[in-house]
Design a protein around this ligand. Structure first.
Ligand code: B1M
Length: 216
């Protein structure tokens, strides 16, 4: 019996226990990791992203779906290396210095992780120096920054400046988001991209990393 359609629906519905159960069963049945990931999990998050864009579901449902998917992903992650699935790129993400708002950043981080990126989540109140250090240590392709306070927007600019000073600006792309952030602000501070929501963030991250890798 093909369990993947039900796995897909369970992710969309945010039923984490069922997702864990079905992922285990699908693995036991011999469905490949990549098939489970693509058809069961990632396809479901595409549905969630589309419904969110159409305002058919909202943040709480999106968080539940992301948590449910993470439960399935946790079972698959150890098997990725054996299956030859390569991460799409490494993303260092955090809420910028002075800002402790966590929910939006974590949602973006989870969705990017679900989309196949290797995520280094630095948490909240992350200083420019911490971002720079993590980019160097992890060989990141993208720095994702979140800010919810107008008072912490300048920390995004400071981080981009710090990346430039460390000689990393051409080696890494930057993506910013959060309620007070706009495309105009991204352009002003020289960020590579801006995303108004998590689903767009995933799409932009893919494009930015592809552009970076094409230029190397
Ligand atoms: Co605070 N807070 N808060 N808060 N808080 C806001 C942001 C505020 C707008 C409320 C208000 O006054 N109406 C206001 C900011 C005003 C301003 O600067 N213009 C505010 C304030 C003032 C404060 C304090 C200063 C209050 C105080 O202590 N006097 C204080 C600051 C603490 C600090 O950070 N140093 C504070 C504290 C808190 C709590 C701790 C109580 C709590 C945070 C809990 C937590 O995160 N664990 C909190 C909350 C919950 C909020 C509101 C109510 C909700 C924020 C949220 O989680 N939204 C918020 C009001 C609001 O936004 N309606 C408010 C849901 C989340 C999923 O959305 O984070 O926007 P969001 O993320 C979205 C997109 O923006 C985007 O994708 C996400 C999903 O679609 N996105 C990205 C976000 N990051 C991205 C990164 C990307 C791409 C997309 O790429 C990397």
């Amino acid at each position: 019996m093909n369990l993947l359609p039900e796995l897909n629906t369970s992710v969309v519905e945010g039923n984490a226990d069922r997702v864990e159960e079905l992922t285990r069963q699908a693995l036991d049945q011999g469905s490949g990791v990549k098939k489970i990931l693509d058809e069961g999990l990632i396809a479901a998050m595409d549905v969630v992203g589309e419904r969110f864009e159409k305002k058919e579901l909202f943040i709480p449902e999106m968080l539940l779906a992301a948590e449910a998917m993470t439960r399935g992903l946790d079972l698959l992650r150890p098997l990725f290396a054996e299956s030859g699935i390569k991460p799409q790129g490494t993303v260092v993400i955090g809420t910028v210095e002075g800002d402790r708002h966590d929910i939006g950043k974590s949602l973006v981080s989870m969705m990017m992780g679900c989309a196949g990126f290797r995520m280094i989540d630095l948490g909240v109140d992350v200083s420019p120096e911490q971002f720079v250090k993590a980019v160097k240590e992890e060989g990141a392709h993208l720095v994702g920054m979140s800010a919810l306070l107008t008072t912490t927007l300048p920390s995004m600019k400071a981080t981009i400046e710090a990346l430039k000073e460390a000689g990393l600006r051409d080696k890494v792309k930057t993506l910013i988001g959060g309620a007070p952030v706009t495309q105009k602000y991204a352009d002003e501070i020289g960020a590579s991209g801006y995303a108004p929501d998590a689903a767009t963030g995933v799409k932009k991250a893919k494009v930015l990393i592809q552009t970076l890798l094409a230029g190397r």
